[in-house]
Design a protein around this ligand. Structure first.
Ligand SMILES: *Cc1c(COP(=O)(O)O)cnc(C)c1O
Length: 396
């Protein structure tokens, strides 16, 4: 077989979407899927949201792209909005999550360089972390499946166990720049950091002049019922990567930082051709118009609670299959007692329900954030139908 025109790096399934309507995806033959995957936590307003669609259409017709050589009224406006809403004083816009994390890594190294400590270049990261697919971001995880065959990787990372504060602190040495961590691991299996862990990392940073770098690419932008997940923990980062939901489906990411942490990022130190172009800024602004409406975050919290309760009620009826529920808001994980990939395929192919598998046999439940009670009910109906007829593989 010759190689396919699309580089064959994804195990693509039989769903071939051509259209979306709110929480529904429609395939080539008109088949309908309930989309509780949301393009992996991206389509936070569902598909075809009128305000987002119109903002992109209008901006595309007005001005799509200019170089970062020019002034950016659109970028200034959206950066100001992020600064007003978060811990940050300054923002660099990117086109993806991995680029946002790259910028965060560079900002952290450059901070210590600017302070006259270039030897403080190593970030401590965590097992089952996922930070993206660039050489830099695969170097920032110890997961073999992401790294194999791409060596030599970048030096400047050390790996501790997630939620093991003692272990992380024990890795601090004269070369440490700080910690890079997801407050709730996404790909790793919806594993929330404990309060003690994140607060302990923050404290160690404050005491030892280190930087706390958060990867909120998946957990951010209202997904957990707060604008950013770290708000649940009563701490703030020094640097943070955000992406996925921030453009509502338009490719957009950002690296946010305090003024102090960004002190090394002076003219000429970083750049991106597309990053923060007017079209992307219009998408981000439109997403924020909606998520900053009164009651939006409350709806995420309410729907999250409802979904979680419904899932918990379902467990005893299918206790050969379902183990437990974890996560926050609408970033939920249903832990299975057998292979989650196989169950996700079954729910998709036989029940028209889209979910995402993650590490530790977890099924990720990541619906659009503007879902309503009826959507939760439809979801639970489909999921329990799928569970009722499911036969786990004999070797599971
Ligand atoms: C998806 C993800 C990334 C990478 O984002 P891309 O847009 O695919 O580059 C990084 N970190 C986390 C936590 C993610 O979930």
């Amino acid at each position: 077989m010759p190689i396919t025109p699309l580089m064959p790096v994804y195990p693509r399934c039989g769903v071939r979407p051509v259209r979306g309507e709110g929480v529904w995806l429609i395939g080539e033959k008109g088949e309908r899927y309930l989309d509780f995957a949301s393009g992996i936590a991206v389509n936070l307003l569902g598909h075809g949201h009128p305000h987002l669609t119109k903002a992109i259409q209008d901006q595309a017709a007005t001005l799509m792209h200019v170089s970062n050589l020019y002034g950016s009224p659109q970028g200034e406006a959206f950066a100001q909005r992020l600064v007003d809403a978060t811990f940050a004083d300054t923002v660099f816009f990117t086109n993806s999550g991995a680029e946002a994390v790259e910028c965060a890594i560079k900002t952290a190294r450059r901070y210590h360089f600017a302070n006259g400590n270039p030897e403080r270049h190593t970030l401590i990261t965590f097992d089952t972390a996922f930070h993206g697919r660039t050489i830099g971001t695969i170097s920032a995880t110890n997961q073999a499946k992401l790294r194999d065959g791409f060596e030599p990787l970048l030096p400047g990372f050390k790996y501790a166990n997630f939620n093991d504060l003692e272990g992380a602190l024990a890795l601090i040495d004269d070369n440490s720049a700080g910690f890079l961590v997801e407050p709730i691991q996404g790909e790793g299996g919806i594993r929330p950091a404990t309060q003690e862990f994140l607060q302990g990392l923050r404290k160690a940073c404050d005491e030892r002049g280190l930087l706390l770098v958060l990867d909120e690419v998946q957990s951010g932008v209202a997904r957990t019922g707060k604008l950013y997940a770290h708000e649940h923990y009563g701490i703030v980062p020094d640097i943070m990567a955000t992406a996925k939901g921030i453009g509502g489906g338009f490719p957009l990411g950002a690296c946010l930082a305090t003024e102090e942490a960004a002190k090394g990022m002076v003219i000429g130190t970083h750049g991106s051709t597309y990053g923060g172009n007017p079209l992307a800024m219009a998408a981000g602004m439109a997403v924020f118009d909606v998520i900053e409406e009164p009651g939006f975050l409350e709806n995420v919290e309410r729907m999250g609670d409802r979904l979680r309760q419904s899932l918990e009620q379902l467990i005893p009826n299918h206790d050969h299959l379902f183990d437990s529920v974890r996560g926050k808001g609408l970033m939920l994980g249903l832990k299975l007692k057998s292979d989650s990939r196989r169950f996700v395929a079954h729910a998709r192919d036989n029940h028209g329900l889209l979910l995402v598998a993650a590490g530790e046999n977890v099924v990720r439940v990541l619906p659009p954030l503007n879902i309503e009670e009826g959507d939760v009910a439809t979801f639970i109906e489909k999921l329990s139908d799928a569970a009722r007829v499911y036969v786990p593989a004999s070797d599971d």
